[in-house]
Design a protein around this ligand. Structure first.
Ligand code: MG
Length: 454
């Protein structure tokens, strides 16, 4: 059976792979899975083709007897939160998250707001490829698409219910938001307005062409944002990806802090706020070992998982914990919802600053210092041979070796991850060490080892 769903929904270039024909049939397949009479919310990000794909999905859903409610443009976490709290059986979200502007996509969400499991995707794929769709007679097909206009309000109020708004407001913070010209612009300024004394946005008008920066927050794409922060010196700056489930923070000096660093601070705060939740967090092997080093000081355990947010969300939900996160800026706060949420992350970070009475740069300076080297090696042959030779070379010097997704080696002074890319024929090598020359030395050694042993 061919695959349709990737790691986070169906994605493709608009009007090439991601066509209204595909969206229509996918809508029929998804609607067949949800079942006749089920209530499904449909929403989208700002992307080009969004309205076309929404209409096609809705037509597919209606044709198989589903009750369709249109939530309009909103961040993915807002639509997920609305699905859960407004009593929907599920949702279809038209978004390509952080992908380049020419992409769009479709993701399916269960009634708890979390992306559906792989098994459900497989059922949808089989209906799609085998043309097995529910049918409805003419007399059943009078349903209309209804408007759901409570998504933004429900979501913003939900976030604010989890933080001490009076305490944060009393600090008079100035906050800058960069939502990448996408749907974060609809909600994050509203959340910030309730918590801060001044709210600034850049790249804050909705624009499907993404004229200012690509939708993925990276050190390169945030260079201009960093310059604005250096000039304006807000107390906190937050940037989102195209569907605002990620938050990458900049401190008042314009320094960009990667998501495993902010995730670590937010996990600490999530534990302080919720001492009764199990003292553990869930993150992917691609996160820095500083996570374990810092949170260990507070007795918070770290469970290392495969890369991919859905697996993290499901484990967090199943086993319980104070948080789950990815190094790319996706942070999950269980009292709110078990999915990544950019605006919730912003609200929690402001609350942490307020209660600890510290600037953002000062909070980040609590974390252990590591030098990062990110590189890649062409994938030539059997990646498992490369993993094996890395294991042999480091088995004596490692404190911990994790092999659930590539090979991660943790030592007292360094850690590294060697992992085959899921999307390109390359092997990624991430190295962090407390000493810059050690990081470079290790990276060179690994490039040689991985290159020669495949
Ligand atoms: Mg995203």
């Amino acid at each position: 059976m061919p695959r349709l769903f990737g790691t986070d929904g169906v994605r493709g270039v608009i009007n090439q792979d991601m066509t209204p024909d595909l969206a229509l049939r996918l809508g029929k397949a998804i609607g067949t899975k949800f079942g006749r009479g089920s209530k499904v919310l449909v929403g989208r990000d700002v992307r080009s083709g969004g309205d076309m794909l929404v209409k096609a999905v809705e037509a597919g859903l209606l044709s198989v007897g589903v009750k369709v409610f249109e939530g309009g443009m909103a961040p993915t976490p807002a639509l997920q939160y609305a699905t859960k709290t407004l009593g929907y059986d599920g949702a279809v979200i038209v978004t390509a998250s952080h992908n380049p502007p020419e992409y769009n996509g479709i993701k399916v969400v269960a009634n708890d707001g979390i992306e559906v499991d792989r098994e459900i995707e497989e059922d949808i794929e089989s209906y799609f490829f085998e043309n097995r769709f529910n049918t409805t007679s003419w007399s059943e097909s009078y349903g209309e698409v209804r408007k759901e206009d409570r998504v933004v309000e429900t979501y913003v109020n939900g976030i604010l219910s989890h933080v001490d708004t009076a305490k944060v407001r009393s600090k008079g913070y100035r906050v800058l938001i960069d939502p990448a010209n996408s749907v974060g612009a609809i909600t994050s300024p509203l959340v910030a307005r309730a918590l801060a004394s001044k709210v600034y946005t850049i790249n804050g008008h909705l624009d499907p062409l993404f004229p200012a920066r690509v939708p993925e927050p990276t050190f390169e794409s945030l260079t201009e944002t960093s310059n604005v922060v250096k000039a304006l010196r807000p107390d906190l700056a937050v940037t989102h990806d195209g569907d605002a489930d990620r938050a990458i923070f900049l401190d008042e000096n314009g320094v960009i802090h990667w998501g495993d660093r902010s995730g670590t601070l937010l996990s600490y705060w999530a534990h302080e706020k919720n001492p009764n939740l199990p003292k553990r967090i869930f993150t992917a092997v691609s996160s820095s070992s500083l996570v374990e080093e810092y949170l260990g000081r507070y007795g918070i355990g770290v469970e290392w998982l495969k890369v991919g947010s859905v697996g993290i969300a499901r484990e967090l939900q199943r086993k319980g914990g104070v948080a789950g996160f990815e190094e790319n800026g996706g942070f999950m706060y269980p009292p709110h919802q078990f999915v990544r949420d950019g605006a919730m992350s912003m609200a929690l970070m402001l609350e942490l600053m307020a209660f600890e009475n510290e600037s953002l740069s000062s909070l980040f300076s609590r974390l252990p210092k590591y030098y990062l080297v990110k590189t890649k090696v062409p994938l030539k042959g059997d990646v498992n041979k490369a993993y094996e030779s890395v294991r042999n070379a480091f088995s004596s010097s490692a404190r911990k070796i994790i092999t659930i997704d590539g090979i991660k080696v943790i030592s007292d002074d360094f850690w590294f991850l060697v992992r085959k890319s899921g999307t390109e024929p390359i092997v990624r090598v991430f190295v962090e060490a407390k000493d810059e020359s050690l990081a470079k030395e290790l990276a060179n050694e690994l490039i040689k080892l991985v290159g020669e042993s495949q």
